[in-house]
Design a protein around this ligand. Structure first.
Ligand code: HEC
Ligand code: HEC
Ligand code: HEC
Ligand code: HEC
Length: 504
C-alpha cells in the first residue's frame, strides 16, 4: 500500500482534491453548528417574557396566550387514561382496593372516601367531589376550613395577597368556594413579570425562616424542587387553622413526630383503640430528599417536567405526571438502559417496599381491634397508655410512607427504614396488649370482626355512605354552579377593567 503523501508526490492534483473536500466538510460542519446554536437561541427566546399579565392572574388561559406550548402540555393532564403498573389508575377507590385503610383512618374523613389523585388539572373539581369536604349548603357550614384550599388552586396567591394569610385561614372552606375555582396553575410557580420560578406559599417561606434559611437565596436547581415543595409536603393546621410545615426539628418521620409530640398534637382520637392519632399528609419532598437522585442534585422537574423539543424549540413539558409514562424524556436523558429495564427497576423497588408496608398495615389493623377488645374487657387507662403511644408511632410511620406515593422509587431505603421501625412499634403494641389481656384473664385468640371489604369495614364503623353521597350530589347540583357563576361575574369585571386580580 502506498501512503497518501507518496501518492500526492506522484500526482499533485490529489492534494488539491483533499484540500477542497476538507474545506467543504469544515464549511458544512460550521453550518450545522450554527443551526444548533440558533436553535439554542430559539429555546432561549421562549424564556423571554412577552406578557403584560396581572401579577395575580389566576386564569391559565390568560397565561396560555403568551405561552401556548406550556399551556398546551399543561392541558394534557386532563387525559387520565394512563394506568401505572405500581400505582394503578387515577380516581381509583383506594378504600375499595385496600379496606385496611377504613380501619386505620376510623373516625377521620379518610375512612369515608379516599381516591387516588388525578393530577393538577382536576385539583379543584376533585376537592368539590370528595365526600371529605362534606356538603355545605351555606357559607358557614361544613367540616373544613379555607386552609384546605391552600394547595389546590391558582387563586390562592391572589387571596393570600388580598386578605393576608391569617385572615384567609380564618374563613370556612365554603366561604372561599366562589373565590377558588381555578386549578393549580402558572401563578403558583411563576412570577408573571419575569417568568422566573417563584415561591408563593407562605407556609414554605415561614418553614425555611424557622430553620434559619432565606428561600429567596435558593439555587435555580433547588427551585426546580422547591416549587413542588409548596404543596407536596407534610403539614398540619395550627392555631386558627394556620397552615404549618412542621420541619423545625428536621424533615424526616421521626423528627416530625418529635415536633408533634412536643406540642402534644393529635389530629383525631381513634374510636376503636382510643389512640391519639397524627395524620401524615404527602411528604413527597421530605422523603425524596433522602434518595440517591436528590443526593446527586436531580430535581423533581428533571423527571416530572423534563425538557421537550418541538420544531427545534426546547421547552419544559408542563404535563406533570408519572414519569413512567414518559421514560424517554424523563429518564433516558441520564440513563442509557431500555424502557423495559428502567420500568423493571421502579416496579421492583416498589414491590419490595410494599411487602414491608403490608406487614405493618396488617399489624396496625389488628392492634386497633385488639385494643378495642381490651377496653371492652375492662383495661385501665394506665395499662393502655404505652399501647396507645406505640400505635400512634407505628401508624404515623405507616402513613408517612404510604401517603408519599412516589416514595418507594424516590427513596427505597428511607421507606424501608420508616416502615421497618413502624412495624416494630406496632408489634410492641400487640405484645403489650397480649400481656394486658392475660392480666384480665383472657388468654385465647382475640375474636376479630370481619372487616375484609370496604363495605364491611364501613358498616362496622357505622358510616352511612349513601346518606353522605345524597347530600354531596345535592351540593354539586346546587351550590357549586353558584360558585362558578360568581367567579364568571368577577372575570367580567376584570375584563371590563372595573377591577383586577391585584385588587385595583
Ligand atoms: C408546578 C409548578 C409549575 C406550574 C404550575 C407551571 N410551571 Fe412553568 N415552569 C415550571 C418549571 C419547573 C420550569 C422550568 C424552569 C427552569 O428550570 O428554569 C418552568 C418553565 C416555564 C417557562 C420557561 C420556558 C420553558 O418552557 O422552560 C415558561 C414560559 C412557563 N414555565 C410557563 C408556564 C405557564 C404558561 C404555566 C401555566 C399554564 C406554567 N408555566 C405552570 C414550573 C411550573
Ligand atoms: C399548589 C400546589 C401544588 C404544587 C405547586 C404542585 N402540586 Fe402536584 N399536586 C397537588 C395536588 C393538590 C394534587 C392532587 C390533585 C388531584 O388529583 O385532585 C397533585 C398531584 C400531583 C401528581 C399526580 C399524582 C399524585 O399522586 O399526587 C403528581 C405526579 C404531582 N402532583 C407532581 C408535582 C410536581 C413534580 C410538582 C412540582 C413541579 C408539583 N406537583 C407541584 C398540588 C401541587
Ligand atoms: C438528571 C439525571 C437523571 C435523571 C433524569 C434520572 N436519573 Fe436515575 N440516576 C441518576 C444518578 C446521578 C443516579 C445515581 C447513580 C450514580 O451516581 O452512579 C441515578 C440512579 C438511578 C437508579 C439506581 C438507584 C437506586 O434506586 O438504587 C435507578 C434505578 C434510576 N436512577 C432510575 C431512574 C428512572 C426510572 C428515571 C426516570 C423516571 C431516572 N432514573 C431519571 C440520574 C438521573
Ligand atoms: C429520578 C426521577 C424522579 C424524580 C427526581 C422525582 N420523581 Fe416523583 N416519581 C418518579 C417515578 C418513577 C414515580 C412513579 C413511582 C412508582 O410507580 O412507584 C414517581 C411518582 C411520584 C408521585 C406519585 C405519582 C402518581 O401518579 O401517583 C408524586 C406525587 C411524585 N412522584 C412527586 C415528586 C416530587 C414532589 C419530587 C421532588 C421532590 C419528585 N417526585 C422527584 C420519578 C421521579
Amino acid at each position: 500500500m502506498q501512503t497518501l503523501g507518496k501518492k500526492i508526490e506522484e500526482k499533485p492534483w490529489i492534494g488539491w482534491v483533499v484540500f477542497i473536500i476538507t474545506i467543504i466538510v469544515v464549511f458544512l460542519a460550521g453550518l450545522f453548528t450554527y443551526s444548533i446554536v440558533e436553535r439554542r437561541t430559539e429555546a432561549q427566546f421562549v424564556f423571554q417574557p412577552a406578557t403584560d399579565l396581572d401579577p395575580y392572574e389566576p386564569r391559565l388561559e390568560e397565561w396560555g396566550r403568551a405561552f401556548p406550548r406550556q399551556f398546551n402540555t399543561y392541558n394534557r393532564m386532563s387525559d387520565t387514561t394512563y394506568v401505572s403498573p405500581t400505582l394503578g389508575a387515577p380516581k381509583e377507590d383506594l378504600l375499595e382496593k385496600n379496606p385496611n385503610m377504613v380501619i386505620l383512618f376510623a373516625g377521620y374523613a379518610f375512612s369515608v372516601d379516599y381516591n387516588l389523585a388525578r393530577g393538577h388539572y382536576y385539583s379543584v373539581t376533585d376537592v368539590h367531589e370528595t365526600l371529605r369536604t362534606g356538603a355545605p349548603m351555606e357559607p358557614d357550614e361544613g367540616p373544613m376550613p379555607a386552609t384546605c384550599w391552600t394547595c389546590k388552586s391558582a387563586d390562592i396567591p391572589r387571596l393570600m395577597a388580598d386578605l393576608g394569610p391569617d385572615e384567609f385561614y380564618s374563613h370556612t372552606w365554603a366561604e372561599m368556594g366562589p373565590e377558588v375555582v381555578n386549578p393549580i396553575g402558572c401563578v403558583n410557580c411563576h412570577d408573571a413579570e419575569t417568568m422566573e420560578l417563584r415561591i408563593s406559599q407562605p407556609a414554605l417561606i415561614e418553614a425555611f425562616e424557622r430553620r434559619g434559611r432565606d428561600i429567596t437565596q435558593a439555587t435555580h436547581q433547588e427551585m426546580r424542587s422547591l416549587t413542588c415543595a409548596q404543596c407536596h409536603v407534610e403539614y398540619y393546621f395550627g392555631q386558627n387553622n394556620r397552615l404549618i410545615f412542621p420541619w423545625d426539628q428536621g424533615l424526616q418521620a421521626a423528627e416530625v413526630e418529635e415536633y408533634k409530640d412536643a406540642i402534644e398534637f393529635a389530629d383525631w382520637i381513634h374510636p376503636l383503640s382510643r389512640a391519639p392519632m397524627i395524620k401524615a399528609q404527602h411528604p413527597d419532598y421530605e422523603i425524596y430528599e433522602k434518595g440517591i437522585h436528590a443526593q446527586r442534585g436531580v430535581s423533581c422537574a428533571d423527571c416530572h417536567m423534563p425538557f421537550k423539543t418541538e420544531g427545534g424549540v426546547k421547552y419544559t413539558d408542563h404535563q406533570v405526571q408519572n414519569p413512567l409514562n414518559n421514560i424517554s424524556n424523563a429518564c433516558q436523558t441520564c440513563h442509557r438502559q431500555s424502557e423495559a429495564e428502567l420500568t423493571r427497576n421502579v416496579v421492583s423497588r416498589h414491590q419490595d417496599v410494599q411487602q414491608v408496608r403490608d406487614r405493618l398495615e396488617n399489624a396496625l389493623v389488628k392492634a386497633h381491634l385488639e385494643a378495642e377488645f381490651a377496653w371492652n374487657e375492662g383495661a385501665s387507662e394506665e395499662q393502655m397508655a404505652p399501647v396507645l403511644q406505640n400505635i400512634r408511632s407505628g401508624q404515623w410511620r405507616w402513613d408517612y410512607g404510604a401517603a408519599s406515593h412516589g416514595g418507594p422509587f424516590h427513596a427505597p431505603q428511607e421507606m424501608m427504614k420508616i416502615f421497618g421501625t413502624g412495624l416494630d412499634y406496632a408489634q410492641e403494641a400487640r405484645v403489650e396488649l397480649a400481656r394486658i389481656l392475660a392480666q384480665l384473664g383472657h388468654t385465647g385468640e382475640v375474636p376479630l370482626p370481619d372487616v375484609s371489604t370496604k363495605e364491611r369495614a364501613q358498616a362496622y364503623l357505622g358510616i352511612d355512605l349513601e346518606q353522605r353521597q345524597r347530600e354531596k350530589d345535592e351540593f354539586l347540583r346546587t351550590v357549586v354552579p353558584e360558585w362558578l357563576q360568581e367567579a364568571d361575574e368577577r372575570y367580567s369585571r376584570w375584563d371590563a377593567g372595573e377591577s383586577s386580580p391585584s385588587g385595583s
